[in-house]
Design a binder for this molecule. Structure first.
Ligand code: NDP
Ligand code: GDR
Length: 345
């Protein structure tokens, strides 16, 4: 049997790292697009990397960027993957208000560059687009594949373009191109400035007596937070289906940011109200009030279901951040302090 070969954009991110792990475990040869930076940005996948000269190596990294179309064509023609997962994006909603043009370029136009690269390279491949519950924006829950879109941020608008261009390549060129409309999913590898991780890191630092407060914005927002490793398994299932389609992945649960705070702080024996302060810098010009997904289609057609609910997720993340703090000590605390001086996130 031929070994399957996948290309992952965004492999250095939360989802990319879990997906690479999953695919390597299934015997795939995995190729990842990474951005050149002045310091290494591969900490989430370092444990998977072995020298490519070693026989049997299954992870290969390539420099590139979703804003650089000719590089994508060259890479697609060289790698000739059987599956492409487009997870690369400027993925922070609040930051997208500060950098709307760059977000449109990387998160929106980047997708058509990659789709064109597949087409121009003339290869048969299955394409996964990381679409988002942010597409629903102002449309009230519950949301499923037939719910109208109403994005509320430059990020949401860029993802809307990517959703439709993926669907268009499916219809225009008969490409196996699928959208996964994923609701928020988190983990101990979640970026430090998304609200769940910001909270669980703060819980660890406060518990250790290194920090007194965490500054947050809107606590009333409702989200359907699931566990990232389960969601990347859903992405893989989407590309093993008989036909390309669009699928929602979600838990169906609903937690406010306040509920998440309460669960996370209580798990460490703390009262959140003693430690949370408001900072208007964390508000968005237009907010998404409530996202609660209905993943019945994925359950029926893919046999996929979330098993970790938001309360369990909060506890997993708090435990991991407490453990990380114990292991990393002083160096880690300095990084927390630096992060808290950041601006918009
Ligand atoms: P992360 O922010 O953790 O990772 C984003 C990845 O994209 C990183 O590897 C980053 O590289 C890469 N990237 C950013 N800009 C570019 C660019 N111009 N060219 C190439 N790569 C780039 O996101 P997640 O892992 O959480 O999410 C994965 C995808 O799923 C994203 O597209 C996100 O928008 C989408 N999504 C996420 C959801 C979630 O709840 N996590 C829900 C729905 C959709 P670097 O490390 O160099 O910065
Ligand atoms: P979101 O995630 O915008 O849903 O996008 P985020 O964790 O950033 O915000 C969730 C909610 O929390 C509120 N909030 C804060 N958010 C942050 N980041 N920092 C704060 O201090 C803070 N205080 C309150 C926000 O206003 C919001 O309502 C994530 C990203 O992963 C996207 O890429 C993905 O598409 C969607 O999830 C689904």
């Amino acid at each position: 049997m031929n070994q399957k070969r996948a290309l992952i954009t965004g492999i250095t991110g939360q989802d990319g790292s879990y997906l690479a792990e999953l695919l390597i475990g299934k015997g795939y040869e995995v190729h990842g697009l990474i951005r050149r930076a002045s310091t290494f940005n591969t900490s989430r996948i370092d444990h998977l990397y072995v020298d490519p000269h070693v026989p049997g190596a299954s992870l290969f990294l390539h420099y590139g960027d979703l804003t650089d179309g000719s590089r994508l064509v060259t890479l697609l023609a060289e790698i000739r993957p059987s599956e492409v997962y487009n997870l690369g994006a400027q993925s922070h909603v609040r930051v997208s208000f500060d950098a709307p043009e760059y977000t449109a370029d990387a998160t929106g136009v980047g997708s058509v560059r990659l789709l064109e690269a597949v087409r121009l390279a003339g290869i048969e491949t299955r394409f996964y687009q990381a679409s988002s519950s942010e597409l629903y924006g102002a449309t009230p829950p519950p949301q499923n594949e037939t719910t109208p879109f109403y994005p509320r941020s430059p990020y949401g608008a860029a993802k809307l373009y990517s959703f439709w261009i993926t669907k268009n390549y499916r219809e225009a060129y008969g490409m196996f191109a699928t959208n996964g409309i994923l609701f928020n999913h988190e983990s101990p590898r979640r970026g430090e400035t998304f609200v769940t991780r910001k909270i669980t890191r703060a819980v660890a630092a406060i518990k250790a007596g290194q920090q007194d407060y965490v500054y947050l914005g809107n606590l009333d927002a409702v989200r359907d937070w699931g566990y990232a490793p389960e969601y990347v398994e859903g992405m893989w299932r989407m590309l093993q289906a008989d036909e390309p389609d669009d699928f929602v992945l979600a838990t169906g649960g609903n937690f406010t940011v306040r509920d998440f705070l309460e669960t996370a702080f209580a798990h460490a024996g703390l009262n959140w109200e003693d430690h949370v302060r408001f900072d208007e810098r964390y508000l968005r010009p237009t907010e998404v009030d409530a996202l609660i997904g209905d993943a019945s289609k994925a359950r029926e057609k893919l046999g996929w279901e979330a098993t970790v609910d938001t309360a369990q997720l909060a506890r997993i993340m708090v435990d991991a951040d407490i453990e990380a703090l114990e292991h990393e000590g002083r160096h880690w605390i300095d990084k927390v302090k630096l992060a808290s001086w950041g601006t918009a996130e």
